[in-house]
Design a protein around this ligand. Structure first.
Ligand SMILES: Cc1cc2nc3c(=O)[nH]c(=O)nc-3n(C[C@H](O)[C@H](O)[C@H](O)COP(=O)(O)O)c2cc1C
Length: 193
């Protein structure tokens, strides 16, 4: 009896297509006289390239960036982790999927390594970013009047420049474990969609 994929198998359409091609080839090899035709075996869906940018004064966002990079790589994606100071707005349209993790400092200010990108994106001549998908995790402390302002501003400004949010902004208070877990889980879903 030829091998087939049960209707209830928990695969996406692309995964089913790949498996069907594989099973057709296998059925043909196992039973050449069956008349089974082979379908070209298409490559399985590849993971997404993502760039994770961290804006951090005392290391929390940078550490979460590393954790996120590992989590997404474990799901088959291709993350690149970068210091926000090393990116300009002109780089963003070739990135595809941008994930920002940033804190807020001073009195609602960006951390030092995020200040240049923050200013360039908020300048009048900032480029339109229609090719960009993005998500922002904003770290902060609700004892401050300008709670999570830097992350919120990045989210608002990227949207205004035409970039598409992969998910709504996630804001985090000082205990960031649960918001980080939510950000990671929602990203995994969004990037596999
Ligand atoms: C001097 C100082 C100023 C801060 N200002 C703000 C602020 O204006 N708004 C806010 O939400 N959080 C503020 N925070 C909290 C930080 O954003 C929070 O501790 C964050 O987790 C730090 O992450 P980081 O290590 O990646 O910079 C401030 C913290 C310090 C020490």
């Amino acid at each position: 009896m030829p091998l087939h994929i049960p209707n209830t198998a928990p695969f996406t359409g692309a995964q089913k297509q790949w498996l069907k091609g594989y099973l057709d080839a296998l059925n043909c090899a196992l039973n050449p006289s069956s008349g089974a035709t082979t379908t070209a075996v298409v490559a399985p869906p590849a993971g997404q390239p993502v760039t994770i940018l961290w804006g951090s004064q005392t290391g929390n966002s940078e550490a979460l960036g590393k954790k996120l990079s590992k989590a997404l790589a474990a799901k088959g994606h291709r993350p690149t982790l970068r210091d926000m100071a090393d990116i300009s707005p002109a780089d963003l349209n070739s990135i595809g999927n941008l994930l920002i993790i940033t804190s807020t400092y001073g009195d609602g200010e960006p951390p030092d390594n995020a200040a240049a990108l923050y200013a360039a994106l908020h300048a009048a001549d900032a480029p339109a970013l229609p090719q960009l998908n993005f998500a922002v995790l904003a770290l902060g402390d609700s004892n401050y009047a300008e709670f999570c302002k830097c992350g919120r501003d990045f989210h608002t400004r990227l949207s205004a420049l035409g970039a598409k949010p992969l998910l709504p902004l996630i804001e985090s208070d000082v205990d960031y474990d649960a918001p980080f877990a939510k950000f990671t889980k929602e990203l995994e879903l969004a990037l596999s969609a």
